[in-house]
Ligand binder design. Structure first.
Ligand code: PLP
Length: 413
């Protein structure tokens, strides 16, 4: 099948919720993917949205999937399985939260976290059910996660939303102090706001929020769906602030490319869930748990968080070069393998299209921000190629007469 046929089938049959880039990806390996014409692309988005932390089709993950597929694909959570038991032990031994609930996605992990926080809170006091999240946050598309998301654009048309949510400005401790009351059961935050442009919470802010939660008897939930498992240079991004959350959610990198999510909670908090309170048919099935086990083991054994930190330093230095060369680059943020570049003009879609034409896949946020989420295995030479293409792409976009950017260059959020 070629791109045109895939586009025709998509437009005939798919719910039109995605604005797709005109690229039919047929295979991937490491930092690269190939299209239907066998053209190679350097993938600076880890398979779209920070999923393939080990790169595409990591041999260890592929082998684990093949072996598990021939052994046991799925059985219900009424039974025990070896891959699931091993995965939970591995996650618990590296996280501040040691009770694990396995599910299928980031949104589901957040739903589990929100339900657990409400159950825990209302067991302490009937009125303790409010959740505080940050403006510009992103927590997923299901009703609870969408309501938790502090961006009205994701909620429009879907009301009424879930009651009991309140939003505060990010990195604003006095605003958080004012918002937390005896009704607050939890504060849910991303350590780095990914979807909205890679804005990190300061360590002081997270430490302050931890203190406020402790004083008020509220739980601190860290949504590490995007930051978790090495992307920011530590296995969990909360480690940068030297705090311990009560609940952590992860997904994306967890499966090495297959769909799996997890909510981890402290022993005390997890006790609020009784048998039957929550469940997932597919959650942590044997196949995905086997893949996740080797994916997480590889991230840890090969010290990929440290490598991500090192690559992040190099990427930041090269972004500085880009800024020196182009006054239109007004700033950049780099935390490990999570980066964003701010532009003073609406040229991001043009730069994205240029990069694609020259074999590099990047993302945009709106029209004035470039977003980069390379795999943790990224090397300096690949950063150099990225910067070379961005340099030429920005130059070309500045030469072009102002025109409507093509929708192909704009990423849906
Ligand atoms: N939380 C964060 C911080 C995310 O970045 C995302 C997805 O981008 C989600 C939750 C939702 O994850 P999923 O798309 O797997 O449901």
């Amino acid at each position: 099948m070629q791109l045109h046929e895939a586009q025709c089938l998509d437009s005939a049959y798919a719910c039109q919720v995605y604005t797709r880039t005109p690229l039919l990806i047929t295979r991937g390996a490491g930092m690269y993917v190939w299209d239907d014409q066998d053209r190679q692309y350097l993938d600076f988005c880890s398979g779209g949205r920070a999923v393939n932390a080990l790169g595409h089709c990591h041999p260890v993950v592929v082998a684990a999937i093949q072996e598990q597929a021939a052994t046991l694909l799925h059985t219900s959570n009424d039974f025990y399985t070896v891959p699931q038991a091993r995965l939970m032990e591995l996650l618990a031994s590296h996280c501040a939260c040691r009770r694990v609930f396995l599910c299928n996605s980031g949104a589901e992990a957040n739903e589990a976290a929100l339900k657990l926080a409400r159950k825990y809170g209302t067991r302490k006091a009937a009125e303790r059910w409010e959740v505080i999240t940050a403006q510009q946050s992103f927590h997923g598309r299901t009703f609870g996660a969408m309501t938790a998301t502090g961006q009205p654009k994701y909620q429009q048309g879907f009301g009424p939303l879930v009651p009991g949510f309140r939003y505060v400005p990010f990195n604003d401790l006095p605003a958080m102090a004012e918002a937390i009351t005896t009704h607050t059961c939890a504060v849910m935050l991303e350590p780095v706001q990914g979807e909205s442009g890679g804005y990190p919470a300061t360590p002081e802010y997270l430490q302050g929020v931890r203190r406020l939660c402790d004083d008020a008897g509220a739980l601190l939930i860290m949504d590490e769906v995007q930051t978790g498992l090495g992307r920011t240079g530590r296995l969990f991004a909360y480690e940068h602030a030297d705090i311990k959350p009560d609940i952590v959610t992860i997904a994306k990198a967890l499966g090495g490319g297959v769909p799996i999510g997890a909510m981890l909670a402290t022993e005390e908090v997890a006790q609020a869930f009784a048998p039957g309170d929550h469940a997932s048919t597919f959650g942590g099935s044997a196949l995905v748990a086997a893949a996740a086990y080797v994916a997480v083991s590889t991230i840890i054994d090969e010290c990929l968080p440290a490598h991500a930190a090192e690559i992040g330093h190099y990427l930041a230095a090269r972004c500085a070069d880009l800024q020196t060369a182009h006054p239109v680059v007004t700033g950049y943020r780099v935390v490990g393998c999570m980066a964003a570049i701010d532009l003073a003009a609406p040229i991001a879609p043009d730069v994205k299209s240029y990069a694609l034409e020259h074999g590099v896949i990047i993302q945009t946020v709106g029209t004035q921000m470039i977003r980069l989420l390379p795999a943790l295995i990224c090397e300096r030479v690949q950063v150099d190629r990225l910067i070379e293409v961005l340099d030429a792409g920005i130059h070309a976009a500045r030469q072009r007469p102002a025109a409507q950017p093509s929708s192909a260059g704009i990423d849906p959020q």
